[in-house]
Design a protein around this ligand. Structure first.
Ligand code: FES
Length: 275
């Protein structure tokens, strides 16, 4: 993680002012917040100042603090906390922020940093010869699943190899950054598996096997297997004495069986002694 300090006084401009268009936008943005909460607009205003001048100057931080009625130290705390704000002049065509946190480091971030050192400058926050490129190492950018990755301005470039990052840097240096598709640089959508889905795929439901043909209606009645969509019991009697709901032939068979069982039970009891 790099130390977040303001640029040397020698490069700091004496003053800051939003352009006419950006000043109107800033006023409208401040008005989005309730009265007394205007300071909540600090982040969008700092970002707009950076987009206007290429980096966030001391004059811009203090000017925005005045607009929002904030102490300078409060505005400085915000500007120096977030690595999205550049506190020094950076490359005019690309400032490459390489994530160096554990998941990206395990997936090859060191090789990306080596490439930046070779291709841009040996030290972070140092402009290349033509002033178009610079780089730095940052902490996790929230795209760990597609590690390793870099941020260039507001876009993330993920699933990188040194070769692919070199192509991207060359593209920005040639002024064609807008033509490079951000996001994963391999065959995947967002963070879905490479090459397509491996789980939760739609598969055709196998056809249900057909029930064997029924022999006869009489057999149906004797077996009396309720269809799966049979009406549920509605009364207590239905539940406790389902035989009442069966066809007559089945009821007769059930009664006969009960009689036989009764006799069997009786025979199993010890015979009563005659008095
Ligand atoms: S560790 Fe690199 S994006 Fe999270």
């Amino acid at each position: 993680m790099s130390v977040r300090r303001l640029a040397e006084d020698t490069v700091q401009p004496a003053s800051f002012a939003f352009s006419k268009e950006n000043a109107a936008w800033a006023k409208a943005t401040i008005n989005k917040y309730p009265k007394g909460r205007e300071q909540s607009a600090i982040i969008p205003l700092l970002m707009r100042a950076q987009e206007q001048d290429g980096w966030v100057t001391r004059a811009a931080i203090e000017s925005i603090a005045d607009m929002l009625g904030m102490a300078y130290i409060r505005a400085l705390e915000v500007a120096t906390f977030y690595t999205q704000f550049q506190l020094k002049p950076v490359g005019s065509r690309a400032h490459v922020q390489v994530c160096g946190t554990t998941p990206c480091m395990l997936r090859g971030a060191e090789d990306l940093i080596k490439l930046c050192k070779k291709k841009i400058a040996a030290e972070p926050f140092t402009l290349n010869e033509s002033g178009t490129l610079s780089w730095e190492e940052v902490e996790c950018q929230g795209a760990c699943v597609n590690a390793p990755m870099v941020m260039i301005f507001k876009d993330a470039y993920e699933d990188l190899t040194p070769e692919r990052l070199e192509e991207i840097i060359d593209g920005f240096d040639a002024g064609k950054g807008a033509e490079i598709q951000p996001g994963p640089q391999v065959d995947r959508i967002y963070s879905a598996p490479e090459g397509g889905l491996t789980t939760l795929q739609l598969v055709e439901t196998p056809e249900k096997p057909k029930a064997p043909a029924r022999a006869s209606k009489a057999k149906d009645e004797a077996v009396s297997v309720p269809p799966s969509n049979a009406a549920k019991p509605k009364t207590a009697t239905d539940v406790t004495n389902p035989a009442l709901k069966t066809p007559a032939t089945a009821r007769k068979a059930a009664a006969k069986n009960a009689k036989i069982e009764g006799e069997t039970v009786d025979k199993s009891k010890p015979a009563k002694k005659p008095r």
